[in-house]
Design a protein around this ligand. Structure first.
Ligand code: SF4
Ligand code: SF4
Length: 302
């Protein structure tokens, strides 16, 4: 069984055509600007819009962990005690509480994904498994899911940060049309500083799936402080060329802080406040750099 935080329909930025994107919960990286912070932790998590809390106390009454207490007229959830059980969700008349992380059986999930089959067929789309990090989910579950989608002729794309054991990639390779594979920076120290871990395994996995013939879209979140110089992009280009990575597409994704509002609801602090997107002109220059280096399918955005 795997925890899923959401299923997003009609996605047009997660691979070819119209896709339904499944967000799995849990990721080993801790990117400071993560747009989906509710997918980082491997356990269910409570989100609460405390700013709008009326202090009625209904959630405190039902909480089996006594995790909710009053502080200055508002109800505050002790994150160390909260198990994300969800008992309090329906108690809030203002609908301020929700839990990220729901279990689906493979059959339930396939049933849900098949509802959009008509859109996949018409647009050349399919299903994208994302996160969090789908390659760190229960791999028996994920393998069964992709096999069943494959048997039904539904295209599967894997959106990955690459930080997972190679064996997991190997299991999915025969059933995966496209890997949407993130590269953030070639500088290992910068990688550790902004992503919480080095990039060794990420690059090794990329080289190995490429050598096995995987179809790969390289996705680069472009952030001034992380990889925003011409030299940073040239290093990535040099790496892709030297390792002869089979690149079908390159997507340059300018930094944005969508998702920063979710941190407070999770009782977390957004770590990306000092990060910036490059200018439009700089982004265009990066596109030109890739094109001049022989990568023609490069664009800004997903
Ligand atoms: S999710 Fe469960 S443990 Fe957490 S505050 Fe609500 S009722 Fe209590
Ligand atoms: S039930 Fe909702 S409004 Fe009432 S105290 Fe809990 S979070 Fe606040």
């Amino acid at each position: 069984m795997s925890l899923i935080t959401s299923i997003q329909k009609y996605s047009i930025h997660d691979g070819d055509g119209i896709r339904t994107t499944v967000f799995f919960k849990g990721c080993l990286l801790k990117c400071l600007w993560c747009h989906n912070p509710e997918t980082q932790c491997f356990k269910p998590q409570l989100l609460c819009d405390s700013e709008r809390c009326a202090g009625c106390g209904s959630c405190a009454v039902v909480c089996p962990q006594n995790a909710v207490r009053e502080e200055a007229g508002k109800m505050v959830t002790d994150r160390k005690l909260c198990t994300g059980c969800g008992t309090c969700v329906d108690s809030c008349n203002l609908n301020l509480r929700e839990v990220a992380g729901k279990e689906y059986t493979v059959s339930e999930l396939v049933k849900e994904l098949r509802k959009d089959e008509m859109f996949y067929e018409e647009s050349g789309g399919g299903v994208t498994l994302s996160g969090g990090e789908v390659m760190m989910a229960d791999m028996d579950y994920v393998e069964e899911l992709v096999k069943r989608l494959d048997r039904m002729g539904i295209s599967v794309a894997i959106d990955t940060c690459g930080q997972a054991p190679y064996e997991n990639f190997e299991r999915l390779l025969p059933y995966t049309d496209t890997f949407l594979y993130d590269i953030k920076t070639m500088d290992n120290e910068i990688h550790k500083k902004y992503m919480g871990m080095g990039n060794e395994q990420i690059l090794e996995n990329l080289e190995r799936i490429s050598s096995k013939g995987a179809r790969i879209y390289i996705r680069i979140p472009v952030i001034r402080e992380v990889n925003g110089t011409k030299e940073d992009m040239e290093e990535i280009i040099r790496y892709l060329r030297e390792k002869q990575i089979r690149v079908a597409n390159i997507n340059l994704l300018p930094y944005h802080n969508t998702g920063s509002g979710k941190y407070e609801k999770l009782g977390l602090t957004y770590g990306g406040t000092k990060l910036h997107a490059p200018s439009g002109e700089e982004m265009e220059q990066f596109v030109t750099l890739f094109k001049q280096s022989g990568f023609q399918n490069v664009k800004i955005g997903g």
